[in-house]
Design a protein around this ligand. Structure first.
Ligand code: PNW
Length: 483
């Protein structure tokens, strides 16, 4: 164990959900089978320099063909719940009529999970927008909202009887701002205010789909937001404090406030007032009644958290990765209207993504949600870490850094629970190594190692550790090294 402090044993509530998460484009492969047509990630990954090493999701983990074995492995590892996403271009190729063959895959997956007592947790949109919709403007086109709702209904008609939890979107911040402002994710557009417009349409799609699925009997609905914890470099410097407020506004409150308070934050509207879309203020895309739709009540908030950041309003060179930086492509700032903001290093240890390891940020985030927003059940729908994992001479993968990471983040969750925050479960990102978006196969987040040449799966030592945790609900006491 690589922790540096002595910790005591902690026990999670007996009904706490222990899960692992994946997403369709990142693991399935089989991109042209059974009627699937291209998504924006199939297109984007073919742009030279867009994805590290020219990687694509064409084959990925071949999960589409190995699904029953993968579910058996999930069960062996003790998962009590599994978070996966459905590929829109399989279910409605080219956003057209329902494709029974594509839907059939998810039908079998759900049955396979239920047969092994693993509760399915379904995400409708984890970034694989049908390319034909992008050709018509993608998430900047309001018509995409209605197409999403049609798609959501068709998935619910097929699986609504067996899937207890439905989340509409995964991380709309990434879809909107990395996709349409920074250009670091598909569709790779670098159009400033387009991120705000896309963000609004994503939220509207969430609200409308929530209403539709609710009226069809879905009883646990929500979405997953990736939230951050911005700390001003110098809390006594108004420039740094303002920078931290801006990042909190664009990253957190731009999504939380419409959903839970029915309004965009006034300061964000002020910061972005000069940004135009098709010749008008961007805010003109917000129609009458949109905010009420977005504020449709949900039952569970999915929180994805990897790290917070120190934030400065001054030019700095000692910066850490916010995720949106790899050597092959120039990515713009996703923080439209606040492009001057920098993210200085605090000197904390980092993962292979360059992301700071900061468990106390997770504790503070959970407390903040509890204090500032309606207290609905929270589920950690992602946390995890990439490290440079290798199969050793003994055929095993030793990843003590990942165990220490998960131990520390889970202690932060446990502390929040003890303080009264209603956290119901945890999904480790990710079940297996997979296509890590702009980083391709270069970054490994899995509990299970994947050898892409042979598709061999090798549970890492963290997988065995996690499976013991899922069985007992107890994080054992740890000692610093050398004792
Ligand atoms: C999330 N950033 O992605 C996603 O939900 C997962 O699909 C992904 O594999 C995981 O986190 C690890 O990255 C993100 O650039 C990708 O800030 C990039 C960023 C944030 C989240």
């Amino acid at each position: 164990h690589t922790g540096t402090t002595r910790t005591s044993e902690v026990r999670f509530p007996p009904d706490f959900g222990w899960g692992m998460a994946t997403a369709s484009y990142q693991i399935e492969g089989a991109v042209a089978e059974d009627g699937r047509t291209p998504s924006i990630w199939d297109t984007f990954s073919r742009i030279p320099g867009a994805v590290m090493n020219g990687d694509t999701g064409d084959v990925a983990c071949e999960h589409y063909h190995r699904m029953p074995d993968d579910v058996a492995l999930l069960a062996d590892l003790g998962a009590t719940t599994y978070r996966f996403s459905v590929a829109w271009p399989r279910v409605r190729p080219d956003a057209g009529p329902v494709n029974a063959a594509g839907l059939g895959f998810y039908d079998r997956l759900v049955d396979e999970l239920l047969g092994r007592d693993i509760a399915p947790w379904l995400t409708l949109y984890h970034w694989d927008l049908p390319q034909v919709l992008e050709d018509a403007g993608g998430w900047t086109n309001r018509d995409t909202v209605d197409r999403f709702v049609e798609y959501a209904i068709s998935v619910h008609e097929a699986l609504g009887d067996r899937v207890p939890t439905w989340t509409t979107l995964n991380e709309p911040w990434c879809s909107a701002f990395l996709g349409y402002s920074a250009g670091h994710h598909a569709p790779g557009r670098q159009e400033g205010a387009a991120g705000l417009v896309a963000g609004h349409h994503l939220l509207l799609a969430h609200g409308l789909a929530t209403q539709e699925l609710r009226s069809r009997g879905a009883d646990r609905l929500g979405l997953s937001l990736n939230l951050t914890v911005p700390d001003p470099s110098d809390p006594s410097d108004p420039v740094d404090v303002d920078a931290a407020r801006r990042i909190d506004g664009l990253h957190n409150r731009f999504f939380l406030d419409p959903i839970f308070r029915g309004a965009y934050p006034a300061d964000v509207l002020e910061d972005t007032a000069d940004l135009t879309w098709q010749g008008s203020p961007w805010y003109d895309v917000v129609g009458d009644g949109d905010l009420a739709t977005i504020a449709t009540p949900i039952d569970v908030l999915g929180v994805n958290y990897y790290h917070g950041n120190e934030v400065s309003g001054h030019p700095r060179t000692d910066v850490v990765g916010m995720g949106a930086d790899h050597p092959d492509r120039v990515s713009l700032s996703p923080f439209v209207g606040s492009e001057h903001v920098t993210f200085p290093s605090r000197g904390l240890p980092v993962t292979a993504m360059g992301w700071e390891i900061q468990p106390d940020g997770l504790h503070r985030l959970l407390r903040r949600l509890h204090d500032d927003y309606p207290r609905l059940p929270i589920h950690l729908t992602e946390t995890g870490a990439a490290f440079d994992d290798r199969v050793g001479a003994d055929g095993r993968v030793h990843d003590p850094d990942r165990i220490a990471f998960l131990d520390s983040y889970l202690r932060a969750v446990h502390r929040a629970i003890e303080e009264g925050v209603d956290v119901r479960g945890f999904f480790q990102w990710s079940f297996c190594d997979n296509f890590e978006w702009a980083f391709g196969y270069a970054k490994r987040f899995g509990l299970v190692h994947v050898d892409y040449a042979t598709q061999r799966r090798t549970p890492k030592s963290s997988a065995h550790w996690y499976s013991e945790l899922a069985r007992t609900g107890v994080l054992p006491a740890t000692e610093p090294p050398g004792r």
